[in-house]
Design a protein around this ligand. Structure first.
Ligand SMILES: Cc1cc2nc3c(=O)[nH]c(=O)nc-3n(C[C@H](O)[C@H](O)[C@H](O)COP(=O)(O)OP(=O)(O)OC[C@H]3O[C@@H](n4cnc5c(N)ncnc54)[C@H](O)[C@@H]3O)c2cc1C
Length: 481
């Protein structure tokens, strides 16, 4: 039987009685990556998807957020164009709905070309639509059993809702609904200062919404404190009200507003806005899978527990991507699911390694990091030295008349090895892969300082920062020599 699924794709649903080597549950980036890897190995794969094909990244995550962030960045760039003598910017937002429609069209196109249109190229992969439950013999979908000796779970995660009294009584937005808003609110209260909260707070502020960012601790609590503090100053400079160190008491609704009551340094405060967006993390999608019955253990945060081969606590069942509750980036979902599929088919030969995982946050300036932060390095027993380079020492930033940001390096005291790089810089994300390679290949900061870097580039900040371990960089000539 061949049928159209949710109007999305012609799908061969003739799986009843089909023989499969592997069943993959979840047809997001992780699921597709695992299915392609398994197909490349010649395996017969059942790929089971529920909801919109393509999962979070394409439909409600990376793609829609990054295109809207880029769009509102043009408004900001226009507003600050006057830093160059003789130039005055004039961009303005005229039609938010048109921007959302353009975003939707872009998302639909990518979903088609990167997911739906791929399926016919992999005849070994049978796409099945339905909510899956894992059984000992395979996977149950719509009352039927897909028999497979091995299963990979890649069911992703969804926005979590914080346990604040009253939250269920207000019409809150999540990242998913916020990215689909057809009308901008006049004001928005964003609860949560992780990457989703930061990216969306700045995006809406640049679109003209009055944004308040409410945080329990500080901005980007897992990043280097210098980066969180600098980004907070930048946000304030753009008119975003940042309220940190809050103890939330309750959320309530008035006729026209949503109000968050909290304690700020012990004093009661009430933060209100027309709409509220909760951005306090993501919850792995495990409830429908029937994991209890199979003794598949979860982590305390709700993610499926896996070992370094992506094996769950049930032999033959693997998990990867956001459903494991860790390394919630799309490239890690793809990497983990590929490993899981290969291990399921080839005897668990591949080991998951996230030691040089780059992490990027698409604020402006962007935040990008790899390796250990200073406190992580100290906690894990390294004796370290660090350097923090402000961008007013980087020619690229000076020429752009935009010195917002810094680069922090963490190096091992005895060996001089680079342990971590942490960037806050306009377009800084594109520079992080150089540090990924440096750390992966055990380079020292002296070697980095001696290397030739192109002038004037943002990545040159890595060289200048490395030089600053041993030199007064204010005494260097302009091209870091
Ligand atoms: C706003 C936002 C912005 C982001 N930006 C970035 C970014 O810029 N860069 C980046 O690297 N990452 C980003 N991410 C994270 C990224 O989207 C995720 O890490 C990635 O999509 C996870 O992929 P996955 O395959 O694990 O899960 P998903 O893509 O979520 O796919 C899981 C699929 O499984 C389906 N499913 C669930 N339960 C079942 C079931 N029982 N049976 C069958 N199917 C089921 C789901 O409906 C879904 O389609 C962002 C996320 C958000 C929310």
């Amino acid at each position: 039987m061949t049928e159209a699924i949710n109007g999305c794709c012609e799908t061969n649903n003739n799986w009843q009685g089909g023989a499969f080597d592997l069943a993959i549950v979840g047809a997001g980036c992780g699921g597709f990556s695992g299915a392609i890897a398994a197909s490349d190995l010649g395996a017969r794969v059942a790929l089971i998807g529920h909801g919109t094909i393509g999962g979070t990244c394409t439909n409600v995550g990376c793609i829609p957020s990054k295109t809207l962030i880029r769009a509102t960045e043009t408004l900001h760039q226009s507003a600050v164009a006057g830093r160059f003598a003789g130039i005055r910017g004039a961009a303005r937002l005229e039609d938010w709905r048109a921007l959302i429609a353009q975003k939707d069209e872009f998302v639909a196109r990518l979903r088609q070309t990167k997911y739906v249109d791929l399926l016919p190229s992999y005849p070994n992969v049978t796409y099945v639509e339905g909510l899956a439950q894992i059984l000992s013999a395979g996977v149950r979908v719509d009352g039927g059993l897909i028999e497979a000796p091995k299963v990979v779970i890649a069911t992703g995660a969804r926005p979590d809702v914080p346990q604040i009294p009253g939250i269920d009584t207000v019409p809150y937005l999540t990242s998913t609904s916020a990215l689909a808003l057809e009308r901008l609110p006049a004001s928005l209260l964003v609860i949560g200062g992780g990457y989703v909260g930061c990216e969306l707070a700045q995006m809406f502020a640049r679109a003209g919404v009055r944004v308040t960012l409410a945080l329990r601790s500080r901005l980007l609590p897992e990043s280097e404190p210098e980066i969180g503090a600098a980004l907070e100053r930048i946000f304030r400079g753009e008119g975003i009200e940042v309220r940190g160190g809050l103890v939330y008491s309750r959320v309530r609704r008035t006729e026209t507003r949503v109000v968050l009551e909290a304690l700020e340094r012990g004093a009661p405060v009430a933060l209100d806005a027309e709409q509220v967006l909760v951005a306090t993390g993501r919850r792995p999608n495990t409830e429908a899978l029937g994991l209890d019955a199979l003794d598949i253990a979860l982590e305390p945060d709700g993610g499926i527990q896996v070992d370094d081969r992506m094996r769950t606590t049930r032999p033959g069942v693997y998990a990867a991507g956001d459903v494991t509750g860790r390394d919630m980036f799309v490239y890690m979902a793809a990497y983990g699911a590929r490993l899981a599929a290969e291990n399921a088919l080839n005897g668990d030969t591949r080991r998951y390694d996230n030691r040089t995982m780059p992490a990027v946050i698409f604020t402006d300036p962007q935040v990008a990091s790899v390796g250990l932060t200073e406190s992580e390095a100290r906690r894990s027993g390294h004796s370290v030295r660090t350097t923090t380079l402000l961008l007013d020492q980087v020619s690229r930033s000076l020429a752009a008349r935009d010195t917002r940001g810094l680069v922090k390096l963490v190096a091992e005291q005895n060996t001089d090895r680079l342990l971590g790089e942490h960037i806050l810089a306009p377009e800084g994300a594109d520079s992080i892969q150089t540090a990924v390679l440096a750390i992966r290949h055990g380079m020292t900061v002296t070697e980095l300082a001696d290397m030739v870097f192109p002038y004037l580039t943002t990545v040159e900040a890595l060289k200048v920062a490395a030089q600053s371990f041993s030199k007064d960089i204010t005494k260097l000539s302009c091209c870091a020599g």
